[in-house]
Design a protein around this ligand. Sequence first.
Ligand SMILES: NC(=O)c1ccc[n+]([C@@H]2O[C@H](COP(=O)([O-])OP(=O)(O)OC[C@H]3O[C@@H](n4cnc5c(N)ncnc54)[C@H](O)[C@@H]3O)[C@@H](O)[C@H]2O)c1
Length: 359
Amino acid sequence: MKVLITGGAGFVGANLAFYLTERGHQVTVLDNLVRRGSELNLPRLKAKGIRFVHGDVRCAEDLVGLPQDFDVICETCAQPSAIDGYGNPLFDINNNTLGLLNVLEFARRIGAGLIFWSTNKTYAGVHINQFPMIEGDLRWTWDQEAIAAQWGDNLPAGFDPVEGFSAAFTVDGKDHSIYGLSKIMSDLACQEWYDAFGVRTIVNRFSCLAGEGQFGKSAQGWVAWWAIAFHFGLPLKYIGWEGKQVRDALFIEDICRLVEIEINQLDKLAGSVFNVGGGKDISLSLREATALMERKFGTTVPVVYEEDPRKADHCIYLSDIRPVTAATGWAPKVSVEEGYDRIIAWVKDNEDLLRALYL
Ligand SMILES: NC(=O)c1ccc[n+]([C@@H]2O[C@H](COP(=O)([O-])OP(=O)(O)OC[C@H]3O[C@@H](n4cnc5c(N)ncnc54)[C@H](O)[C@@H]3O)[C@@H](O)[C@H]2O)c1
């Protein structure tokens, strides 16, 4: 297949470009290199013979100049932090929503399919955090008894207190973050372009993505950031919920494997919206990540506590992956332990490069 990856010099995009190229797909990458660290992927892309175009999805003309024969576009580019948008909301909307509309229109014009990287931030914190929870030593869990007493068999659509949230959960409400707003608008636009114009779109609402090659920071890409911080002895922060907030993690190899299935089954899966993550079996809290790093590195790092959670943050978010598994046969394989081993090996192999970015 001929594949265009927008945002293809970033963490997900570059890894996907390598993965698909190794499997015989013909990949072109477009990126404006706004994310610090993405420029470091350019020599690696070049070494694999992957075409790089320096362009910006906000500028429709940058897409017009591209070849017109792509089978599918993987739209991975974004301002991906859920915090930055409060300082400059129009940037997120321009970049993440209006940029996506340009890519959708390009897909429509050339007849390509489009796979969109949406997010769990399409769900409002006020809805996600409404379910009673129990505080454990290292993580919060859902209080099954209290939930059963309150809702019985009438749980809100899309919520299962063991499996987590599916795409049937409401996207209504405030409290998505500005980033989340920019993404739900794009997510809905993909669905609308499928319905109105027949553009074969697939929306994946990913939760916490992680892996080697991720220039993580506290505000985005925290799983990798934990390993980087431990390697260099840098301080970490727990922001709210005593550091016991829980995410399901999905590691890069599993992301790429799913996307290749979706590319190959585009006609069958067109119009789908999936929640995608590690699910209930591949999840961790910040404190659990700290404990794991202490074990792996044999050291500790200072941890700063902030009492108030980040605005619009979720306390427990798990993706209910049963629908995506049923539709595609895919299931995540990389465990938290294995995923971290790969990240730590990458950090050690790239110490000089990371030192220049982080110290
Ligand atoms: N990392 C996560 O935990 C996570 C979770 C859910 C969804 N997502 C989504 O997955 C996608 C990939 O995330 P990532 O972690 O690889 O982020 P990243 O920042 O590493 O990569 C995004 C790339 O897009 C590029 N970019 C940004 N704006 C652009 C524009 N206007 N034109 C062209 N290129 C532009 C950046 O330079 C960067 O290389 C994003 O859409 C993000 O919102 C990420």
